[in-house]
Structure formats: structure tokens, C-alpha cells
Design a protein around this ligand. Structure first.
Ligand code: FE
Ligand code: MN
Length: 360
């Protein structure tokens, strides 16, 4: 029988110094203390501090705006729908990747604890689009098929799916330098490209509505998702860096060049998606400014995983970094839904502020 990393139990008491993220006989997946990777624990706690559910966000004004034919232009509706179309299926793609692929190979218990937390957050994000479709009365057949009917969305999804084909093979193992490279290559696809680049044009577009206090409920949902995703990206980057440090043989010039090329291709796909969402400038936004932003964040992602930056772009939206750092209790929404049943909304005006939430 082949070695199954999911259930590896070491034969003798293990030392922290012998533990590795991958292929470690010293790792007992059921023994979380003493912990080796403190960063995994920190990301877990940040995730818990950001806890939210979509029903906390008041959608009443959004419903009025969406149903009023004069309140939004055709271009504004297109932008919102395209982003709903991309995110609604991308969130479950990420959740499936974590549960079906990553969890099996990452046996370290503090990393697994984070993966469980992240999987839950992806379930909350998936729930957000159910809630938004439901409250706004969007056609689910339309929204949930956009990953196949809209070419610029399909190309992003296909890029990530193709990038992860090798490790989805049930016989894939992380033994040996080449397999570790395949694994890290795919981690870059999941964390850096999907969660770190492909979500960010959408975040800028949807948060621009929020800044104008229009479709602010949907905007707040995206703001909460953005904050979660920035932790997912940080965990993924620490995971990639730690695997690379523990397996220095993988980090060749050729491998680094491949990863950089993938990120550059992702930037172009994200630009194509942006032009499709936003064919004409609206709300002081245009596709070229967002392209500049995508290049700016791509450089940050490259540096975060110890690759050289390529674009030297400047950030046209410095307010985006403020949004990422905004604590939940500082959020400006005043009301929350206390009950949501078959389209009937009841509200109270209690703030969900949590003064005990630690700062990031
Ligand atoms: Fe997500
Ligand atoms: Mn995520």
C-alpha cells in the first residue's frame, strides 16, 4: 500500500525541529501542541477576529436601487452582474481545492486548523452570493452559468483549473523535488493567482460603489470578503515560503521564472476581465486604472513569495489598503438583518460592534 499522508502517524515522539510541512514522518496530524508554525496560528486567529455572516448586512437599500430601473445605468448593472458571476462560482472552486487537494498533502496540524477555518470562510462567501441573488432577485441560472457563458470569466477559471490538474490526480504524491515543485506551482495558482490577483479587480469595482454609498450592502459584503481573502493570501504566501525554505532544491531560476510567467499571464487575464466588466469608464473608474492597480498588486504578490517584482506600477487606489485594514467594529453600517425568511426582511438598528476584537 502506498504511503497516505492524510493519516500519517509517526512511530515515535516527534521533535518540533524535525517537523516539515511536506513529507514529514515527524508530523502527527492529531497533535497540535507544541506548535512549530506560529504564523499558521496567527492567521487562524485573524480569521476568527474577522468573523461575519452575510445576513448581518442590510440589503434593503440595495434592493430598492436594483429594482428601480432609473437608479443604475446599464454599464453599472453589467459591472455588478459580471462580478457576481465571477465570484459566485470562484468561491466554491477555492473551497473544493482546499478540501479535496490541499488538506490531503498538508498534514501539519496548525496548518490544517487554518485550512479548516479557511474552508468555513469560503462557505460563508458562497453563502453571500446565495443571499445576494436571493435578496436582489437575480436569476440564478444566469449568474451561476456566467463562468461558462462569459469568455473573460471562463478564461480565468480555466487558467486556475488547468494550473492545478497535476495535483488533483489521486495518485499524486509530494515526494521528490519535481513533485514538490508541482505542488508549490499549484499553490501559487490557488493562493497568489486566484485569491491574490483574480479577486482584486472585482474588489476595486465593487468597493467603488460602496465609497459612493450606492449598492452599499453588496459593497460591504465584498469588503468583508476582501478582508478574509487578504488573510487567505497571507497564509498561502507563508505556506509557499516555508515549503521553499524547507526544500531549497525546488527554488531554481527556471522554477522562479515559471511562477513569474504564470503571474504575468494572470495579470493579462485580469485586465481582459476588467475591460469586459467595464467597457466604458464609470464612477471615476476605468479599465486602464484598474490594470495599473493589478500590476501594482502583482508586484506585491511576487515580492511576498520572494520573487522579483516586474511592473513597478504605482497604486492608483491607495484607499484599497485602508479598506483591507479596517476593523469590523469601525465599519459604518448601522443596521443588520435579524431575520430573513422567504424574501421578508426584518431589521433592527443594533450595531454588531465587537469591542473585544483584537487589532491586526
Ligand atoms: Fe473566498
Ligand atoms: Mn479565499
Amino acid at each position: 500500500m502506498s504511503h497516505d499522508p492524510s493519516f500519517a502517524i509517526p512511530s515515535s515522539a516527534s521533535k518540533n525541529s524535525e517537523k516539515r510541512i511536506l513529507n514529514s514522518q515527524a508530523t502527527d496530524p492529531n497533535k497540535i501542541l507544541p506548535m512549530k508554525y506560529k504564523w499558521a496560528r496567527e492567521h487562524y486567529k485573524k480569521g476568527v477576529a474577522n468573523n461575519w455572516i452575510p445576513e448581518e448586512v442590510n440589503m434593503q437599500k440595495d434592493v430598492e436601487t436594483w429594482k428601480n430601473p432609473k437608479a443604475l445605468s446599464d454599464d453599472e448593472r453589467r459591472l455588478i452582474l459580471w462580478n457576481m458571476g465571477f465570484f459566485s462560482t470562484a468561491e466554491s472552486l477555492t473551497a473544493n481545492n482546499i478540501v479535496l487537494i490541499l488538506y490531503r498533502h498538508i498534514t501539519n496540524p496548525e496548518c490544517r486548523q487554518y485550512l479548516l477555518r479557511q474552508a468555513y470562510e469560503e462557505a460563508v462567501h458562497t453563502d453571500t452570493f446565495i443571499y445576494s441573488c436571493d435578496t436582489l432577485g437575480l436569476n440564478p441560472d444566469e449568474v451561476y452559468n456566467m463562468y461558462s457563458t462569459i469568455p473573460s470569466i471562463r478564461e480565468k477559471d480555466e487558467f486556475v483549473v488547468n494550473m492545478t490538474k497535476s495535483i488533483i490526480d489521486p495518485n499524486f504524491s509530494t515526494e521528490g523535488t519535481e513533485n514538490i515543485q508541482r505542488f508549490v506551482h499549484d499553490l501559487v495558482g490557488f493562493y497568489v493567482i486566484m485569491e491574490g490577483i483574480f479577486f482584486y479587480a472585482g474588489f476595486v469595482m465593487m468597493l467603488s460603489f460602496l465609497r459612493q454609498n450606492r449598492m452599499a450592502g453588496v459593497g460591504e459584503q465584498f469588503q468583508f470578503i476582501l478582508r478574509d481573502e487578504s488573510v487567505h493570501l497571507a497564509f498561502g504566501s507563508d505556506l509557499i515560503n516555508t515549503i521553499a525554505q524547507e526544500n531549497p532544491a525546488i527554488w531554481t531560476q527556471e522554477f522562479k521564472a515559471t511562477l513569474t510567467e504564470n503571474i504575468k499571464k494572470a495579470v493579462e487575464l485580469e485586465y481582459a476581465y476588467t475591460k469586459d466588466c467595464l467597457p466604458r469608464g464609470i464612477m471615476g473608474l476605468n479599465a486602464d486604472a484598474i490594470y495599473e492597480y493589478i500590476k501594482y498588486i502583482a508586484d506585491r504578490r511576487l515580492e511576498r513569495i520572494r520573487l522579483e517584482k516586474v511592473y513597478n506600477a504605482t497604486n492608483p487606489f491607495p484607499w484599497m489598503s485602508e479598506v483591507i485594514d479596517l476593523r469590523k467594529e469601525k465599519n459604518f453600517f448601522e443596521t443588520r438583518v435579524t431575520e430573513y425568511k422567504s424574501g421578508v426582511l426584518n431589521w433592527d438598528d443594533e450595531s454588531p460592534a465587537n469591542p473585544t476584537t483584537p487589532t491586526q
